[in-house]
Design a binder for this molecule. Structure first.
Ligand SMILES: [Zn+2]
Length: 216
């Protein structure tokens, strides 16, 4: 069984969503990918880069926008980060596909966006590892959570939230870690007391609920 991996920077792993940022031309024909401007790499002419990337969005294998978002520790000033986020989140909304969110010290910025926007696309906060009360503040909105290597530590914030998170809001990822996606599902299986098969089924169902581009 190929377990669905919602976010990885490793190229050409079956059944995974590759974060395509620079390697867009090395993708194998069946590789699912997301495309976006990471807040770390918002250079002067990010608008030009985005209009180039925008052409890939209608590709049938482009399942999501991202990773995109906010980072107070790295990247350009917040006004640029916000403008680039706005642009990308609008594309996600138009296409009916989720945006994979990178968010470091920017929970308030996301919340501000969500509260001031009448309709926003589905957002998947990737690599969630914040405290439970911060996750709960996002539940009134169309926000899901993707869990990665942090759940290998049963005492992490990620593990705590996974236990309490509504099941229809969960996804799993390897991001840029060396772990295999099977290990992440195994850890989640122990935390939740559900089989890996059940989790895989749940994740596919979750995806198909929030995206216009369905998985089989
Ligand atoms: Zn990443």
């Amino acid at each position: 069984m190929k377990l669905f991996n919602i976010h990885t920077h490793r190229l050409n792993i079956p059944n995974s969503l590759f974060n395509a940022e620079r390697d867009i031309n090395s993708l194998s024909p069946n590789q699912y990918f997301s495309i976006g401007l990471h807040p770390w790499y918002l250079y002067d002419k990010w608008e030009e880069k985005w209009s180039e990337f925008r052409n890939y969005v209608t590709n049938q294998n482009c399942l999501a926008i991202g990773e995109a978002g906010f980072d107070r520790l790295r990247g350009p000033k917040l006004s640029i980060q916000k403008a680039a986020f706005e642009e990308q989140v609008n594309t996600a909304k138009i296409e009916g596909i989720p945006l994979i969110l990178h968010c470091v010290k920017g929970h308030d910025l996301l919340l501000e966006y969500l509260k001031n926007t009448s309709s926003h696309p589905q957002i998947i906060w990737h690599g969630w590892n914040l405290k439970t009360h911060l996750a709960e503040q996002l539940l009134p909105f169309a926000v899901s959570f993707s869990f990665g290597e942090k759940i290998l530590d049963s005492k992490s914030n990620a593990s705590q939230w996974l236990k309490n998170c509504p099941k229809d809001r969960i996804f799993f990822e390897t991001d840029n870690s060396e772990e295999e996606i099977d290990q992440i599902y195994q850890a989640a299986s122990l935390i939740l007391g559900l089989s890996v098969e059940d989790l895989q089924r749940q994740v596919i169902q979750n995806w198909n609920r929030i995206s216009s581009k369905k998985l089989k």
